[in-house]
Design a protein around this ligand. Structure first.
Ligand code: NAP
Length: 268
C-alpha cells in the first residue's frame, strides 16, 4: 500500500447508496478513506472490497450521527487528522409523508441528521482546511431543496438549508483555499426510498443510478462547479435562476416599505 498523494476522504453515510459509490470512486481516484455510518458490518464489507480492488487504506467508524457522543468522535477525527483533505457530508434520511402524516420526533431526528450533523462536521473541518489553505467539502443536498413541494416539507427544507449553507460557505472559505461543492441529486435508485416510504420510485424511468449520480457529481467537482445538479440537462436553467436570486439582494436594501402596502413612511 503506497502513501496517498490525495490524502484521506471522510464519507458519511458510506454503508450503502450514494455514499458507498463515493467511497468506491474516491478510492479509485487515489484517496485513502474513512467510512462512517451506523451499520459496521456493511462498512467493513465495503472497506474490504475497496482495499482489495484499489490497495488504498480504508478505515471504518460505526457511528450514529444522531448520537451526540458518536457525532463528537467524528468531529474530533476531522479536527485532528491532518491527512483528511475531503469531507463528503452525505448521510441523510428523507420522507414522503405530509405534515399531517408525520410526527415531530421523526422530523427532529431528520433535522438532527440532515442539518445538525452536517453543520457540526463542516464546522469541525473548515478551520483545519482553512489553516492549511486546502481542502474540499462536498455537501449532499437535493433538487427538492429547490422543488420544495415535492416530498416531506421538513426534508425539502433541510435540503434547502444545505444549499443555502453551501452558498455562505463558499463566500466565507473560497479565498482560504477551501472548495465547497453542493450536490443536488434528483431521484436516485437507493434505499433512501425504502426509508422515505415510497419504494416504487427506485425503478421509475426518471430515477438515476447512484453510480451515474456520483460520477456526474465528481465530474462537476473536476469542472469547478459550486453547485452540481446531475439531472438538470441545461445548465443555463440553473445559471438563470441563480442570477435572478442574486439580483434580488440589492433590492432588499431599502428602508421604505413598498408602495403596495400603503404605509405612511416612518424613518428610523
Ligand atoms: P441511502 O441509500 O438510504 O443511504 C443513506 C446513508 O446514510 C446510509 O449509509 C446510512 O447508513 C446512513 N445513515 C442514515 N442514518 C444515519 C445516522 N443516523 N448516522 C449515520 N449514518 C446514517 O440513501 P442515499 O440515497 O444514498 O442518500 C444519500 C444522500 O443523498 C442523503 O443525504 C439524501 O438525502 C440525498 N439524496 C438522495 C436522493 C435519492 O433519491 N436517493 C435524492 C436527493 C438527495 P446506516 O443505515 O448504516 O447508518
Amino acid at each position: 500500500m503506497n502513501i496517498s498523494t490525495k490524502g484521506k476522504a471522510l464519507v458519511t453515510g458510506a454503508s450503502t447508496g450514494i455514499g458507498a459509490v463515493y467511497a468506491d470512486r474516491l478510492a479509485k481516484r487515489g484517496y485513502d478513506l474513512i467510512l462512517v455510518a451506523r451499520n459496521g458490518d456493511r462498512l467493513n464489507a465495503l472497506a474490504n472490497t475497496i482495499k482489495q480492488q484499489t490497495g488504498r487504506a480504508v478505515s471504518v467508524v460505526a457511528a450514529d450521527l444522531n448520537n451526540k457522543a458518536d457525532l463528537s468522535s467524528i468531529e474530533d477525527i476531522l479536527r485532528n487528522d491532518t491527512s483528511i483533505s475531503l469531507l463528503v457530508n452525505n448521510a441523510g434520511i428523507g420522507s414522503v409523508a405530509s405534515v399531517l402524516d408525520s410526527g415531530a420526533d421523526d422530523m427532529e431526528a431528520m433535522i438532527s441528521l440532515n442539518i445538525t450533523a452536517l453543520t457540526r462536521l463542516t464546522y469541525a473541518v473548515a478551520p483545519a482546511f482553512a489553516a492549511r489553505g486546502a481542502g474540499t467539502i462536498v455537501n449532499i443536498s437535493s433538487v427538492v431543496g429547490i422543488a420544495v413541494e415535492a416530498l416531506n416539507g421538513v426534508y425539502s427544507a433541510s435540503k434547502s438549508y444545505v444549499l443555502s449553507f453551501g452558498h455562505a460557505l463558499q463566500r466565507d472559505l473560497a479565498d482560504k483555499g477551501v472548495r465547497i461543492q453542493t450536490v443536488l441529486p434528483a431521484a436516485t435508485a437507493t434505499e433512501f426510498w425504502d426509508v422515505a416510504g415510497y419504494a416504487p420510485q427506485k425503478t421509475k424511468p426518471t430515477t438515476m443510478s447512484a453510480a451515474d449520480l456520483v460520477d456526474a457529481a465528481l465530474a462537476g467537482l473536476d469542472q469547478g462547479e459550486l453547485v452540481t445538479i446531475p439531472a438538470l440537462q441545461d445548465d443555463a436553467d440553473w445559471k438563470r435562476w441563480e442570477a435572478d436570486r442574486r439580483s434580488l439582494a440589492p433590492k432588499f436594501a431599502n428602508g421604505i416599505p413598498a408602495p403596495r402596502y400603503g404605509i405612511e413612511h416612518d424613518a428610523v
